[in-house]
Design a protein around this ligand. Structure first.
Ligand SMILES: O=C(O)CCC(=O)C(=O)O
Length: 271
């Protein structure tokens, strides 16, 4: 139809990811479903959430262990197809994390995500190779706008061998000259090469901006450092006193209820 934007194909998303390190894919969660999921995730964070290091931002890591309302969409081919095109078959989900920017939250630090964030105990030391090894997807459960706090991204930064979490000469708390803001309607998904520098933006509205990070990993990326009680975590995090994300295991009763196409993304995390 004239004037209507065509849906982003997997091929087009891959081109954006290769050149810019990010893109937005629209309409992944249907409009008539997204409000209920947003409300449900907000409630989970109210009950089980914690605050991140960024003032005014609420979070719940290992979200799927607490809330399965979004599970039907995790294997959508428009998102998983991108991960499979980059990593081949046997992709796994490494994180599901709620991120709520409450009204008045402060701007967060510019960083690249795990395993490129140099502040994490488990990380690939910079200078890291120029290869895509992890995908971060940020699901817009409420609209991401300039006012609500659409994620700040630095196009092209994924090709850099380091990021502002690793003392690369870029001040993590200052706006970067070429940064942009990723925006989209509720139900859209921002997809980032996890190396892409990004930051939490301030929400200057009076309603929470509800987002959810889902990360997709190739089968060969070792995720054990994220698993509570694992040998890797004991060695790399507990014994060193290092800082690391913890992703709650999924019980077999939750796993059994997951949609058939989502189970393969989770069977490595069932305990
Ligand atoms: O919620 C956002 O806009 C950004 C979240 C973020 O920085 C992250 O998940 O690493």
């Amino acid at each position: 139809m004239v004037g209507e934007k065509p849906a982003m194909s997997v091929a087009s998303a891959l081109l954006h990811l290769q050149i810019n390190g990010w893109c937005v894919v629209e309409d992944i969660i249907p409009v008539d479903k997204v409000d209920a999921i947003r409300e449900s995730v907000e409630k989970t964070v109210e009950v089980h959430g914690t605050y991140t290091g960024t003032e005014g931002v609420g979070t719940r890591k290992g979200l799927l262990a607490f809330n399965q309302s979004f599970a039907p969409y995790l294997a959508d081919k428009r998102v998983l197809g991108i991960a499979e095109a980059l990593f081949g078959p046997h992709v796994r989900i490494s994180f599901t994390t709620a991120h709520i920017n409450y009204p008045g939250n402060v701007r967060g630090a510019l960083h690249a995500d795990w395993p490129f964030n140099q502040q994490n105990a488990g990380h690939i030391p910079a200078p890291y190779p120029d290869a895509v090894m992890h995908l971060t997807t940020l699901w817009m459960l409420s609209p991401f706008t300039h006012e609500t706090g659409g994620t700040l991204v630095v196009p092209g930064s994924h090709r850099s061998p380091n990021n502002p979490s690793g003392e690369n000469g870029v001040h993590p708390h200052e706006p970067y000259p070429t940064e942009m803001q990723a925006t989209g309607d509720a139900g859209s998904v921002l997809i980032l090469d996890s190396r892409t520098w990004h930051a939490t933006a301030p929400n200057i509205t009076d309603k929470p901006r509800v987002g959810m990070a889902v990360r997709y990993a190739p089968w060969w990326l070792n995720l054990d450092v994220l698993m509570p009680g694992s040998e890797e975590r004991t060695r790399i995090v507990d014994e060193t006193g290092g800082k690391e994300n913890e992703v709650a295991a999924v019980s077999s009763s939750i796993y059994e209820e997951l949609p058939a196409d989502v189970k393969p993304l989770y069977r490595h995390w069932v305990r």
